[in-house]
Ligand binder design. Structure first.
Ligand code: RB5
Length: 147
């Protein structure tokens, strides 16, 4: 599985730890930056990571900003992206099971690196349940289509 990862200045330490962690687990990871501590605009990173998913090159994405919220708002503007800002385990698991989320957004100023890595593992390892949940996702796609 190929995973796209990115962050703004609120999530650099977390992003670097996530990249290393995913690589150590044997995943192919593309790191869309940032690579040094400098102020950037999170939508610019969100569009890079989500494009890597909608192009079909990557299956899942991880985005880190200060809260996880700005990244999730930006990512969810992209057709076909279902991004979830999570700061605890239950949501990270169920957003895969029920929403088939393809992007996990984390807050570098909300959770520690250890929790972030656990949420990433849960997100990556949990399969979508399909069935009635697919019907609901189809309805989300319909909303997108009608905009
Ligand atoms: C940047 O200061 C901060 O606004 C950003 O990382 C994020 O938290 C936005 O939602």
């Amino acid at each position: 599985m190929k995973i796209a990862v990115g962050c703004d200045h609120g999530g650099l330490e977390h992003k670097n730890a996530i990249v290393e962690h995913l690589k150590s687990r044997g995943f192919e990871v593309t790191d869309f930056g940032i690579y040094e501590q400098k102020s950037v605009d999170y939508p610019d990173i969100a569009v890079k990571v989500t494009s890597a998913i909608t192009s079909g090159e990557h299956e899942l994405g991880i985005l880190v900003c200060g809260t996880g919220i700005g990244m999730s708002i930006a990512a969810n503007k992209v057709k076909g992206i279902r991004a979830a800002a999570c700061s605890e385990h239950f949501s990270a698991k169920y957003t895969r099971m029920h929403n088939n989320s393809n992007v996990l957004c984390l807050g570098g100023r909300v959770i520690g690196v250890g929790t972030a890595l656990e949420l990433v593992d849960l997100f990556i390892d949990t399969p979508f349940e399909g069935d009635r949940h697919q019907r609901r996702i189809d309805k989300i796609a319909e909303i997108e289509k009608n905009q």
